[in-house]
Design a protein around this ligand. Structure first.
Ligand code: C2O
Ligand code: CU
Ligand code: CU
Length: 475
């Protein structure tokens, strides 16, 4: 299939259709405006910390018969009060900007009956999930308007924070931006024994960015990345969140298309306990945590270290304050963060080496090729462990960071230009940052499932325009 990338620049509800290369040039000059503490805010944005951060509701199964949790989920247009007093049109799972959370358990399969009530094709991909090709949301595996399909999630992997989002060919960037994302939390009995903070003290936190017009409508255009300056936390701008003086686990997800977050607590340390693929071997005390699109970090903050009445601000290095915790009272705390969390599976010896050169010059490509869903870029034998070197050369890019994601697997990060991985990269990962003029080597093992999957840059305005490849796993 010949995929016309220029045609896409005409999409997006009123986006100006300009000549392909002009538009592309703007698209590629898409670095986030650096270091300003007073980013232009959208007209209707409220004063900081005037709305409360909601916790996304959990989806109730329609059945638990036969050891399988069955859910119904519909993609539809809806409205959400993203800005106070304004109903903003969104496209979302169950019509919500942050879709309902699916709470699954290791060893208990989940079946989601997904219905598309939009007037355009869409689908769902479980990011970080170890699922069959038929349920993985391959970019051409779309639900037409009105169609339903059952997605099978076996949950035979370690407990971790996953998320689901649209993966429709060429339109995923717009659909995800407009709200097609939600959490899928995989609980694990082995984790429960550690007595980490749980229940109401285990809180998913989704970070996104948005650009609203003067009426509060979401503006989408691939060229508009630098104007997405309203940071939303679980779909609310700069919210506050009341907490008790005890430990909390926050499952932080960067669900934005293009923005890199670098989070800190004003010099106070945070304890990272998990990354994309689940618990780290041991807790890691960090002053700041960088998250590229699609990356997750579970952090524990102990508000017992702060007097009642304290206001603790989670800051981003570029956007400034994103969330304020208000320490409002006491609560018993029997949770703990043990010195050892969970050992990692041994790394098998790789028998195949591959290299992936990411470029946006002149168009988004991997190894010089734009994504073609009908072209098989890699054929991988089931049972193989490989080593992949992902390269971002300055000459091929314009000082842009890329963000490499592989479907199906949780991999290990071997090294960065021969040096050790970054802090927090010693666990299992499914997405890694690839800063300008650097390379990273990762080690995926392809264990059981066969069929077609993709790997891509998770900067969605890159993947939507071609920075993606197809891999087929064969017997
Ligand atoms: Cu978040 Cu191809 O995935
Ligand atoms: Cu994915
Ligand atoms: Cu990229």
């Amino acid at each position: 299939m010949e995929f016309d990338r220029r045609r896409l620049f005409g999409m997006g509800g009123g986006a100006v259709l300009v000549g392909g290369f002009v538009a592309l040039d703007n698209l590629l000059g898409n670095k986030i405006v650096p270091a300003s503490r007073s980013l232009a805010v959208d007209a209707l944005s409220p004063a900081p910390f005037s709305v409360r951060m909601p916790v996304p509701r959990e989806l109730r199964p329609v059945s638990r018969a036969g050891g399988v949790d069955r859910y119904h989920l519909a993609v539809r247009q809806g409205t959400d009060e993203l800005l106070p007093g304004v109903r903003t049109a969104v496209l979302g799972y169950d019509g919500q900007y942050v879709g309902p959370t699916i709470r699954a358990r290791v060893g208990r399969p989940v079946e989601v009956t997904l219905t598309n009530e939009l007037d355009q094709p869409a689908n769902a991909h479980l990011h970080g999930g170890h699922t069959s090709s038929a349920s993985d949301g391959f970019p051409m595996d779309l639900l037409d308007p009105g169609a339903s399909r059952v997605l099978h999630y076996p949950n035979r992997q370690r407990g971790t924070t996953l998320w689901y989002h649209d993966h429709s060919h060429g339109t995923e960037a717009e659909l995800v931006y407009r709200g097609m994302h939600g959490f899928y939390i995989l609980d694990d009995d082995e984790e429960a024994d550690l007595r980490l903070p749980d229940g109401p003290y285990d809180v998913p936190v989704m970070l996104t960015d948005a650009h609203f017009d003067a009426t509060g409508a979401l503006i989408y255009s691939p060229q508009d990345v630098p104007n997405r300056n309203t940071i939303l936390v679980n779909g609310r701008p700069q919210p506050y969140y009341p907490v008790a003086a005890r430990k909390y686990r926050f499952r932080v997800l960067n669900a934005s298309n293009m923005r890199m977050f670098d989070l800190s607590l004003g010099g106070r340390p945070m304890t990272q306990i998990a990354s994309d693929g689940g618990l780290l071997p041991e807790p890691l005390v960090r002053n700041d945590i960088a998250l590229d699109p699609a990356e997750r970090a579970d952090i524990v903050i102990d508000f017992a270290e702060y007097p009642i009445g304290s206001r603790v601000i989670l800051n981003d290095a570029v956007a400034g304050p994103v969330l304020r915790f208000d320490v409002t009272g006491h609560a018993p705390d029997h949770s703990r963060v043990p010195d050892r969390l969970r050992g990692l599976p041994p790394i098998a010896t790789p028998t195949v080496a591959r290299e992936f050169v990411l470029s946006t010059n002149p168009l988004p490509t991997i190894n010089g090729k734009a994504f073609d869903p009908d072209r098989v870029d890699l054929t991988i034998r089931r049972g193989t462990t490989e080593v992949w070197r992902i390269v971002n050369r300055a000459a091929d890019n314009r000082d842009e960071t890329h963000d490499f994601h592989i479907h199906l697997v949780q991999f290990r990060v071997l090294d960065r230009d021969g040096k050790p991985p970054l802090p927090g990269e010693n666990g299992l990962k499914d997405t890694v940052t690839v800063p300008p003029d650097s390379s990273v080597r990762v080690v995926p093992t392809f264990t059981d499932f066969l069929g077609k999957y993709v790997y891509h840059c998770h900067m969605l305005e890159h993947s939507a325009y071609g920075m993606m490849g197809r891999m087929d796993i064969v017997p």
